[in-house]
Design a binder for this molecule. Sequence first.
Ligand code: HXC
Length: 267
Amino acid sequence: MESPFKAEILKGKVALITGGGSGIGYEISLQLGKHGASVAIMGRRKHVVHSAVDALRSHGIPAIGIEGDVRKEADAARTVESTFQHFGRLDILVNAAAGNFLAAAEDLSPNGFRTVIDIDTVGTFIMSHEALKYLKKGGPGKDPSIGGTIINITAVIHYPASWYQVHASAAKAAIDSMTRSLALEWGEDHGILVNGIAPGAIGDTAGLTKLAPREILNQVKREPLYKFGEKWDIAMAALYLASDAGKFVNGTILVVDGGQWLSKPRL
Ligand code: HXC
């Protein structure tokens, strides 16, 4: 679908997207790039990162890929430094890397729980912390009056309680809390905006393939109005938050799910 935003709203900006090689992360990378940003993507799988960079470049987007794991502080530091060395600044960090699987709490090992918290929550903190010096107002390469933007990709699974998602629900709830804390501290001290985007069920993603219970897939077939979102919907929300359109938005979680999490069956 054609973007409703002007093509140059992010001209001159540099964005780093974790998990930017596939799924929602890739679509955000593509749309930020199509709207003027230079893009660095970080991911664990070398071949995925490489082919995503090739695809971005085929759209004329200045792009680099860095292989790394958000759980490792050394990888995070190397990724942020490489982005700065290559593009000379950093304005936008999108924390889209995540890990998940369905597991009943009774069967989930403590290490399974910890692994998802480490990737989603601790990884978001590590990346944000490493990027801080470049994102802050007056940071290297930046307009001294402007701070950068952090966008955390979260979820709606923890608003109610979701079956077999104790690990990811806890991880995403913690990310939402972190978003507000960093928005407060880094907004006040450094002029950085920190927000979240909470996608609902988004078609053509690893999340949907791995997690969607069969009854949801059947519901989509039965009820035409119950539909999946598109990766594009999430990328448009990211564009809004990353551009000047979102310059007074801080510490919010933008739910992009078509209103599904709050809906109950019709009486
Ligand atoms: C139960 C599992 C499991 C499963 C792994 N574990 N998969 N337990 N059911 N299906 C347990 C392991 O047994 C182990 O515990 C621990 O988790 C660590 O597993 P590893 O395989 O060593 O971890 P790692 O290689 O780091 O892989 C991380 C991963 C993996 C999360 C397990 O699936 C992954 O890399 N995923 C990345 C891609 C992804 O999941 N994308 C979807 C994101 S969707 P023990 O005790 O045996 O040592 C998303 C949307 C959220 O985030 C919102 C939903 C709508």
